[in-house]
Design a protein around this ligand. Structure first.
Ligand SMILES: [Zn+2]
Length: 62
């Protein structure tokens, strides 16, 4: 099975670029791994967790 063989060599990804942004919630300066979009709220790590939707879908039964 040479199926997943390629993915192994794919580790040479460039480091993530962080952009400075101001958290839309607490107003703290933070860095985000994506380019902040104007008009869209940006959250620091703590606030991001607060705003993330609860993972309730995992409890689905088959
Ligand atoms: Zn925040």
């Amino acid at each position: 099975m040479a199926y997943g063989d390629r993915n192994y060599r794919d580790r040479d990804q460039p480091p993530r670029e962080y952009h400075k942004a101001t958290c839309s919630d607490c107003g703290n300066e933070c860095e985000v791994p994506f380019k902040p979009t104007q008009g869209k709220p940006v959250y620091c790590r703590d606030c991001f967790k607060k705003h993330a939707p609860p993972r309730d879908n995992n409890r689905r039964r088959y």
